[in-house]
Design a protein around this ligand. Structure first.
Ligand SMILES: *[C@@H]1O[C@H](CO)[C@@H](O)[C@H](O)[C@H]1NC(C)=O
Length: 163
């Protein structure tokens, strides 16, 4: 009898301990995700997204989700031919960065992709089939130079009549 009582006391104590632990964990997770919960409640209709990660499938899934959430109701009606793809670059990085683009995804969108740079470059003009645009903007990385290039990019986009 004494042993059973002792045993029941122990079971009760352990349950109490576990219940307290669960309660505290719940409180903690509620607090740390409280901000997400409330913003989620305000933005009805927005899909909840996991934090951005550059590794593997996470990034791909997020990218697809971003495309879905920003797409018009019928995403299948947009094809590559409807797109205008703008790459902002600078003469200092042509050799270092353009070849890998030209060897990879540029091959799938040669007609749509334009490179906005700050110098004439006959070599890459040839390799991109004339898709290098010299913006005549400064090659520095300050706000004014970047906005200058952006304005040429936007003008080219508007002239292109692409989506
Ligand atoms: C850059 O300057 C050249 C030479 O003056 C000109 O032909 C070209 O149209 C200019 N580019 C832009 C985007 O204005």
């Amino acid at each position: 009898m004494f042993r059973v009582k002792k045993y029941l006391q122990l079971v009760l104590l352990v349950s109490l301990f576990l219940a307290t632990g669960v309660f505290l964990l719940h409180q903690k997770s509620y607090r740390s995700f409280g901000a997400v919960d409330s913003s989620h409640a305000q933005e009805v209709g927005w899909q909840e997204r996991a934090p951005r990660s550059l590794s593997g499938n996470d990034y791909e899934n997020n990218f697809v989700e971003v495309l879905r959430s920003t797409a018009t109701p019928s995403p299948s009606s947009t094809s590559v031919a409807d797109l205008f793809i703008s790459v902002k670059t600078t003469v200092h990085y042509h050799q270092a960065r353009l070849p890998v683009i030209l060897k990879t995804w540029f091959q799938l969108a040669k007609q749509q992709t334009w490179f906005f740079t700050d110098s004439d470059d006959p070599e890459f003009q040839k390799r991109t089939n004339g898709h290098m645009v010299n913006t005549n903007c400064s090659s520095t990385h300050n706000r004014k130079a970047l906005c200058c290039k952006m304005s040429v990019e936007l003008d080219a986009f508007l002239d292109s009549d692409k989506k």
